[in-house]
Design a protein around this ligand. Structure first.
Ligand SMILES: NC(=O)c1ccc[n+]([C@@H]2O[C@H](COP(=O)([O-])OP(=O)(O)OC[C@H]3O[C@@H](n4cnc5c(N)ncnc54)[C@H](O)[C@@H]3O)[C@@H](O)[C@H]2O)c1
Length: 399
């Protein structure tokens, strides 16, 4: 089954999707507060320093929290112009100068930011929140340098803080390892490497993941290389900071080869339910029981996809938009049968690769965004039929 949306995506491509994106952006408003613990994890009377050349401009873009107190490790943080997205919350952010920020009305200092803007250590002077963040989410040598800076150089957080947190703040997540293991190799499997699967593979790879791709089309490698070239040109333009080191894309001979070792699997085969069922069966026969299986389906509900599955709770709909490497929106539809842990992991992974997972609470045909697109499509057809506008004029009207 191909939905009208696929046709629209092809006919109108970016303009409609971009229009939706603009609507979503226009609707952004401040929600939630800066997270934090109830007590303080530092002695507020001890002196602390901020890095005077750190600025909001240098922090722009996406980060992953690698270690923290008061905010969950693994949280995605995206600094934009005047706003910062911390997990699901959008907060106002202001640059106070000298490495100091105001986030959601609270002062947060940048204690350290490396010269290439890849790893940073931040904390609130009141000691209610402190975190280390990295562009890739990896705990690399810079992570440990940041930890040293928090722990020793400024003698305000770290080992000292750990003792305090154990004494006074047993709920604190300080210095807990990142859940889901950013230490482990990040491998994604993409099953079906056409328009959508190719886009997923390119996005994962450009975000530093290693990708295993399976597509029986003899021409799949050439097609993938073409998509990757487009993605390499376009995606970095969205970021003002260097991209993570690119991951590999390995073309696999079987589905079981592709899913071996993958923590995230994205099914993107043609929109035929019996084909999706047989592919999902093959995936589940070989993949880790911990891996998330997302389906790109435009039209099927998760309940339909799960029919006959050995572990139905592992499968969710993760419906993207074309081109996947450029458009951040992804509709995450858990339906009734998804296990919450898989939904959480899917959200974390999707944010980590720069996407915006929109949690769709109800299972409905064609999810949310495509229904909006179809309404626009219907109206466009009427306008053309009634001679009010040409297709070109309609395209220009929503550009
Ligand atoms: N095209 C869009 O705009 C769009 C947008 C969002 C979601 N989707 C959804 O994404 C999915 C894929 O759509 P597409 O547009 O990329 O289709 P496509 O035809 O471009 O790609 C499908 C790919 O799957 C491969 N394939 C066929 N059988 C396979 C199998 N058994 N195992 C692995 N790969 C196999 C094909 O060789 C092909 O390369 C569909 O479910 C569709 O509804 C499409």
């Amino acid at each position: 089954m191909n939905t009208t949306k696929d046709a629209i995506g092809r006919a109108f491509g970016l303009p409609i999707a971009a229009a939706l994106l603009l609507i979503a952006t226009a609707c952004t408003q401040e929600t939630g507060n800066l997270p934090g613990v109830s007590g303080s994890v530092r002695d507020p009377s001890s002196q602390i320093a901020s890095q005077i050349d750190a600025s909001l401009h240098r922090l722009k873009g996406r980060w992953i929290v690698t270690e923290a107190t008061g905010v969950q490790p693994g949280t995605s943080i995206v600094f934009g112009a005047g706003v910062v997205q911390i997990g699901p919350d959008t907060l106002m952010v202001k640059d106070l100068g000298q490495g100091r920020l105001q986030i959601g009305g609270k002062e947060v200092w940048v204690h350290w930011l490396d010269a290439d803007n890849r790893t940073a250590a931040l904390g609130a002077p009141d000691g209610k929140v402190a975190w280390i963040m990295d562009r890739t989410g990896a705990r690399n040598e810079r992570h440990y340098a940041a930890r040293e800076i928090l722990a020793c150089a400024t003698s305000l957080f770290g080992a000292d803080m750990r003792e305090r947190s154990q004494l006074h703040l047993p709920q604190s997540t300080i210095l807990e390892p990142v859940k889901g293991g950013t230490d482990m190799r990040k491998i994604a499997a993409v099953i079906g490497g056409g328009v959508i699967g190719g886009g997923w593979a390119a996005r994962f790879a450009l975000m530093g993941w290693d990708v295993n791709l399976y597509d029986p089309d003899p021409d799949a490698e050439r097609k993938m290389a073409e998509v990757l070239r487009g993605a390499e040109r376009a995606l970095p333009m969205l970021y003002e900071v260097p991209m993570p080191e690119r991951g590999t894309i390995t073309h696999c001979k079987t589905i079981s080869d592709a899913v071996a070792g993958a923590v995230y699997i994205q099914e993107s085969v043609p929109e035929r339910l019996e084909l999706k069922h047989s592919v999902l069966t093959e995936i589940q026969a070989a993949c880790s029981t911990q891996a998330v299986i997302g389906s790109s389906t435009s039209g099927f509900k998760p309940t339909q996809l799960r029919e006959g599955a050995s572990r139905p709770g592992q499968i969710v709909v993760t419906h993207p938009f074309n081109p996947v490497y450029l458009l951040p929106l992804v509709e995450l539809v858990p339906g009734d049968g998804a296990e919450p842990a898989f939904v959480e992991t899917a959200q974390r992974v999707l944010r980590e690769i720069g996407m915006y997972p929109l949690l769709v609470r109800a299972e409905i045909d064609a999810h949310i965004a495509d229904r909006l697109l179809e309404a626009v499509w219907r109206e466009a057809l009427w306008l053309v039929k009634d001679g009010v506008a040409t297709t070109e004029e309609i395209d220009n009207a929503i550009r």
